[in-house]
Unconditional design. Structure first.
Ligand SMILES: Nc1ncnc2c1ncn2[C@@H]1O[C@H](COP(=O)(O)OP(=O)(O)OP(=O)(O)O)[C@@H](O)[C@H]1O
Ligand SMILES: [Mg+2]
Length: 492
């Protein structure tokens, strides 16, 4: 018997101006968890979309259990025992959780038994250890909850090969643990998993084998036991990279923002803090602790019931994001697809949209200036795109995130709120983003950074506010704080 449950041979895929996959061969054994890693734009998602019939390769062959197979589309892939947890959520916001989970089934002509579907969906979520009402409309769910629905959906098909494309990028540590438990159970049942992630620690926790892709080519395949994190990074990037946090020398100056007793029923409990010029203020806390809600309140995207916000000593009116922008506050949102980008606009237009004055001469948009700005950011952030004119919908997930960042770096906002800024960004590019953050504060801007990656908050912040259940439980100095200090504050 063939030891490979899946083999892809000589897969090539091109898009206009891009060779996404160049003669890739990829083999996976039955019952293993196989990691697929590589920089943003390396071709990971593309390869997995070909496997799941979402897109077609230009050339190449595929074998399932040693038999040559053709996948004609998504339904065909499902019938052949393949499913995928998409990196970009593939959910329909106006439908319920239950409907989203079983939509694959709904696509085909048959009568829908709504009650039965709800019961099944609830049972499925329960068996996974997730507890939320399947009648809720997906559009109202948090990013983490959407991720859980996406996971449940992929598992509902009882597939024999499941692809997970960055499944933990918006999960909390406890949900991540739940997912790892599920993966181990699936593996024990003989299910094969292909696991994509930029969090390389995860690979050492749950994967057996790792394939590294670089620029659309397979660079290396190894048992996880025979490789280290540094070796993986070097193969991914093609050189050694700095994974430490770059140092800052400048000390924060005068207060630029004062938040006093901000209150919103059930969500924010009398939040007070200051932000200084040239400061990076980290906000740590579990998902659901109110960090995003606080960020949205001080940007004007969400209301607050009581309290006030002063900028440079004056109380400001903050009823909409327009007020936020008028007061020179910018926000990089957690969910790039819904609120961060205009997907069918070009890279250039997405970046310059926050500061059109800067690319206008005599009230007319100057496309040369626009192009120069876009090209500068494409270079600084190493955005992988065939041209500055490419529509962002065609960029890889991590490169879309870089465009969101570029857009706010270019804005003239003095106060930048970054909500999970490095989500989905590869290890090499993270360091570049940290350096840019340091450059911004050195220019006198101030940054509020929310991140679920505790090492990142600890490594980059001057001060850290620890939030829990809508409250600030305490403050720590970035220089001396440890992960335990943060967790202690949350518990106490
Ligand atoms: N529909 C498309 N049209 C044009 N180019 C595309 C399209 N889909 C992907 N690409 C390009 O193919 C390359 C590989 O993209 P892919 O999404 O597979 O990367 P990835 O390894 O998943 O990266 P990330 O870690 O950022 O998710 C990128 O250069 C991307 O811009
Ligand atoms: Mg991807």
């Amino acid at each position: 018997m063939n030891e490979y449950v899946l083999e892809m041979k000589g897969i090539t895929k091109t898009f206009p101006g891009v060779i996404a996959l160049d003669n890739v061969s990829f083999g996976v054994k039955k019952g293993e968890v196989h990691a697929l890693v590589g920089e943003n734009g390396a071709g990971k998602s593309t390869l997995m979309k070909i496997l799941n019939g979402v897109i077609k390769a230009n050339s190449g062959e595929m074998y399932l259990d040693g038999t040559k197979t053709n996948i004609s589309g998504v339904n065909d892939a499902q019938d052949k025992g393949l499913s995928i947890i998409f990196q970009e959520f593939n959910l329909i916001n106006t439908l319920s959780v239950a409907e989203n989970i079983f939509l694959g089934g709904l696509n085909r002509p048959k009568i829908v038994d709504w009650r039965n579907m709800r019961i099944k969906a609830q049972g499925l979520l329960k068996s996974l250890g997730f507890s939320f009402d399947v009648r809720r409309v997906v559009g109202e769910l948090s990013t983490a909850e959407k991720q859980l629905v996406e996971i449940a959906k992929a598992l509902s098909f009882n597939s024999k090969i499941i692809v997970m494309d960055e499944p933990t990028s918006s999960l909390t540590k406890s949900e991540e643990k739940m997912l790892f438990k599920i993966i181990k159970e699936l593996k024990a049942k003989g299910v094969t998993i292909i696991y994509i992630s930029h969090k390389l620690e995860e690979i050492f926790e749950i994967c057996d084998t790792v394939t590294v892709l670089r620029d659309g080519k397979v660079i290396d395949v190894n048992p996880v036991s025979a490789i280290t994190k540094d070796m993986i990074i070097e193969k991914m990037v093609g050189r050694t990279v700095d994974v430490e946090y770059p140092k800052r020398t400048i000390l924060p100056g005068e207060k630029v923002m004062e938040v006093k007793n901000l209150y919103r029923t059930k969500i924010l409990k009398n939040i007070s803090f200051d932000l200084r010029k040239g400061e990076i203020l980290g906000i740590a806390g579990l998902v659901g602790s109110g960090r995003t809600e606080l960020a949205e309140a001080i940007f004007g995207a969400e209301r607050f019931d009581k309290g006030n916000i002063k900028i440079n000593g004056k109380v400001i009116k903050l009823r909409s994001t327009r007020d936020g922008k008028a007061n020179s506050i910018g926000m990089v949102t957690e969910d790039r697809k819904e609120t961060g980008l205009v997907l069918d606009f070009s890279v250039t237009n997405n970046i310059t949209i926050t500061n059109l004055n800067n690319v206008t001469s005599q009230r007319i948009l100057n496309s040369r200036k626009e192009k120069d700005v876009a090209k500068r950011f494409i270079e600084e952030l190493k955005i992988k795109t065939p041209s500055h004119k490419q529509e962002v919908v065609n960029l890889s997930g991590g490169n879309q995130q870089k465009v969101v960042l570029a857009k706010w770096l270019f804005s003239n906002a003095d106060i930048l709120i970054l909500d999970e800024p490095t989500r989905g960004i590869d290890v090499g590019a993270k360091y570049e983003i940290y350096c840019l953050m340091n450059k911004l504060v050195a220019e006198g801007k101030s940054i509020i950074m929310i991140s679920s990656e505790l090492p990142e908050v600890l490594g980059m912040s001057d001060r850290i506010l620890v939030m829990h259940e809508g409250e600030i439980k305490g403050e720590l100095l970035g220089e001396s704080a440890s992960g335990e200090d943060v967790m202690q504050m949350i518990i106490n």
